[in-house]
Design a protein around this ligand. Structure first.
Ligand code: GAR
Length: 207
């Protein structure tokens, strides 16, 4: 099997990106990261990429006169990198539909809750954990899903539960959820690398 050639999109600190790199180093993931793209020039993920010699690019809609110019720069960076698969790792922007159309069934996202609960617009990062605690949930978790044109709505690939403990704050819960994210995401990417992902009737299965 050929290595999965990844473009990783990240908006922040990039601990999931680091976990992907660690899984590649540890030979648990047969992949290369060909480019790291962020919408935020201050993202820690860009630093991690540069330190590792991974091409790091800031591509933000704010930096372009038109939406078309932004989308064409994004697709150009991806094409130049040779990435054939996109992993969103804490990317807080919507992927333009033009990019989704270029990578059908080849864009995945990790979400810090059990979708379809606690997903959708505005539900990202600590907002998710605050809502889970406010609701009194006893269990939350991690979802990895395919990306389509809608926020957090594509076919679910894998989910793993994480307990919500008495006295949890958004920070303590986020930390526990992140540990599970860091193991689950490379596992799902490896399933793609091994060609073990099937979609039937809009439902995704890992064999
Ligand atoms: C992660 O918890 C990820 O699941 C979440 O942002 C965090 C990024 O952390 N993503 C979303 O909320 C997307 N809707 P990281 O920058 O340390 O990987």
């Amino acid at each position: 099997m050929k290595p999965l050639r990844l473009g990783v999109f990240a908006s922040g600190r990039g601990s999931n990106f680091a976990a992907i790199l660690a899984a590649i180093d540890g030979r648990r993931l047969n992949a290369s990261v060909d480019v790291l793209i962020s919408n935020d020039p201050a993202a820690g993920a860009l630093e991690t990429a540069r330190a590792r010699g991974v091409r790091a690019e800031t591509v933000s809609s704010a930096g372009f006169d038109s939406r078309d110019a932004f989308v064409s720069r994004l697709t150009e960076v991806l094409r130049e990198s040779g990435a054939g698969f996109i992993a969103l790792a804490g990317y807080m922007k919507r992927v333009p539909p033009e990019v989704v159309a270029l990578y059908p069934g080849r864009i995945v996202n990790i979400h810090p809750a059990l979708l379809p609960a606690f997903g959708g617009k505005g539900m990202y990062g600590r907002h998710v954990h605050e809502a889970v605690i406010r609701q009194g949930c006893k269990v939350t978790g991690v979802t990895v899903h395919l990306v389509d044109e809608q926020y957090d709505r594509g076919p679910i690939l894998a989910q793993r539960c994480v307990p919500v403990l008495p006295g949890d704050t958004a920070e303590t819960l986020a930390g526990r959820v992140l540990e599970t994210e860091h193991s689950l995401y490379p596992e799902v990417l490896q399933a793609f690398a091994e060609g073990r992902v099937r979609i039937r009737g809009g439902i995704a299965f890992i064999e």
